[in-house]
Design a protein around this ligand. Structure first.
Ligand code: MG
Length: 309
């Protein structure tokens, strides 16, 4: 067996899921039941060629790139600004998808504001916009104590999403990814997170995550799972899709076919599924059409060299 490349698993997992969802973003579940996504499609919602990933992957790549150098939130903020204003890290030179909370926060990042003070702090600013881009942070925090891991997750989320509910969602997601990275099966990793975070997460927003941390989420019926843009629903959907399927492609297609915020649900699911099954299990005809594949591979190599030397 060849040595695992977890950074490649994570980044290609996110981008492939994102690209699968882009052509059907905002489509309802009912409409996707009649016309389910089974592979890479072109055009549709955003009129982009097959393999086009969106803001989820762009901002994920910005974070991965910052982590190739020093951990520096101002540097990350500048990359976000460059993405929004100058189409940095876009597949075809334009930004066609951006969330409102993210757009407003990036406008604040263009001022002299401290980066961690730019993100939305109201209850209404709990879209999935920081969850969708947080995964590369895993590789920076993986060997730190849990309090330090939480602190860094809070900082990186807060550039766009500073409300504690978004921070908690990102933290649970990365703790699940960490347990997988440490060699646990997906079911054991979920049990570990339920057990450990029920103790650790004691802040005033923790009660919103009761369903996720109950250990019962995978048994919920499909009708209780929603692929909406609300961070809590996205995290529930991603974990549910991961735990109720048996391969990368099954997990991300299930996520897309939940409907609504298809690209982000599949990106968040795809990051975890990539770590579980390995990037080699992503269908080759999906990977072959992924936009900017050479640039992504170079980024993966750079982060690999920085983290694993
Ligand atoms: Mg998107």
């Amino acid at each position: 067996m060849t040595e695992r490349n977890f950074i490649k698993d994570a980044l290609l997992g996110v981008a492939t899921g994102d690209a699968l969802g882009v052509p059907v973003e905002f489509r309802s579940r009912t409409s996707l039941i009649k016309d389910p996504v089974t592979g890479m499609r072109g055009y549709g919602t955003h009129r982009q060629p097959a393999g086009t990933w969106s803001d989820d992957s762009s901002l994920t790549f910005c974070l991965a790139e910052m982590l190739c150098g020093q951990y520096d939130l101002k540097n990350l903020a500048n990359r976000f600004v460059n993405w929004k204003e100058y189409s940095y890290w876009t597949p075809h030179g334009n930004v066609f998808d951006i969330g409102m909370t993210t757009a407003e926060a990036i406008m604040r990042l263009q001022t002299s504001i401290q980066p961690t003070l730019a993100g939305g702090t109201t209850e209404g600013s709990n879209g999935n916009g920081s969850l969708m881009r947080i995964l590369p942070l895993l590789f920076y925090i993986k060997d730190m104590p849990i309090e330090q891991r939480f602190k860094h997750v809070q900082e990186v989320s807060s550039l766009t999403h500073a409300h504690l509910r978004s921070v908690n969602a990102c933290f649970i997601y990365l703790e699940l990814a960490l347990a997988i990275l440490n060699g646990q099966s997906k079911d054991d990793a979920y049990k570990t997170v339920c057990h450990e975070l029920t103790d650790f997460l004691q802040n005033e927003e923790a009660h919103h995550f009761g369903d996720i941390l109950s250990g019962q989420l995978p048994q919920y019926p499909l009708e209780k799972i929603h692929g909406t843009g609300y961070v809590l629903r996205t995290l529930e959907a991603a974990i549910w899709c991961l735990l109720n399927t048996g391969s990368y492609s099954e997990a991300v297609l299930q996520a897309v076919n939940l409907g609504n915020d298809t690209d982000t649900t599949a990106a968040v699911t795809g990051g975890l599924a990539g770590l579980v099954y390995g990037w080699e299990t992503i269908p080759a005809d999906w990977l072959n059409v992924l936009a900017k594949r050479d640039a992504i591979d170079q980024l993966i190599a750079n982060l690999q060299a920085k983290i694993y030397g």
